[in-house]
Design a protein around this ligand. Sequence first.
Ligand SMILES: Nc1nc2c(ncn2[C@@H]2O[C@H](COP(=O)(O)OP(=O)(O)OP(=O)(O)O)[C@@H](O)[C@H]2O)c(=O)[nH]1
Ligand SMILES: [Mg+2]
Ligand SMILES: [Zn+2]
Length: 219
Amino acid sequence: MKISVVKDILEANDRIARENRDLFDDNGLVVFNLMSSPGAGKTSLLERTIDAMKGDVKMGVIEGDIQSTQDAERIAEKGIPVVQINTGGACHLDGNMIRDTFKEFDFAALDLLVVENVGNLVCPAEFQVGEDFKAMILSVTEGEDKPSKYPLMFRESKVLLINKIDLIPYLDISLERFREEALKVNPDLTIFEVSCKTGEGLDAWYAWLKAQVKAGSAA
Ligand SMILES: Nc1nc2c(ncn2[C@@H]2O[C@H](COP(=O)(O)OP(=O)(O)OP(=O)(O)O)[C@@H](O)[C@H]2O)c(=O)[nH]1
Ligand SMILES: [Mg+2]
Ligand SMILES: [Zn+2]
């Protein structure tokens, strides 16, 4: 007897992610998967981005954390639809977890859905969730060696935000080297140097993101 085996978890996940993607496309929804190590500034970036998009782009957010609803509460303060996923230990989101949130959203009423992944610089990059693109944040306190030591997320991402540039005066680092090291791993990265504390550099990110939403919903 021939026994068929789903070759691996990633293959099964890719299938669910493709179904998610079809549903997003049917609703003209642009979706990105926001990843970084814990505390690099994902929720801070979203708080500012929601304010900047108001009136132009209708946003929703899925928050992924091992436990707690703190990030979803921060997003809910902004008055947009948000769902918290608690993975209960798993250190990344997968397609199935994202699918489980669908009943909570009215996708037809949204233009942009952001998935804030679990803070982790490694395996979130391995799991598609149905996104149009991946975005990542590297904060300047993490060090210029991170792209070469944790290359997958840098390779998989379309856009990199180098965050916390307001802290540079207190650190012994070179912003230029951050850029170079990231581009060595992925020469196609679009890079923004920003501070989610002061707002520096974020206007360019908002403009870029609005252009993505416009192009994506027209496609
Ligand atoms: N100085 C400085 N602090 C920042 C900046 N962006 C975020 N922070 C601070 O960094 C800490 C973590 O920020 P969050 O936005 O919660 O980070 P996160 O990536 O969402 O964290 P997790 O969801 O737990 O992985 C908070 O204390 C923020 O106020 C920045 O640009 N400059
Ligand atoms: Mg967060
Ligand atoms: Zn994981």
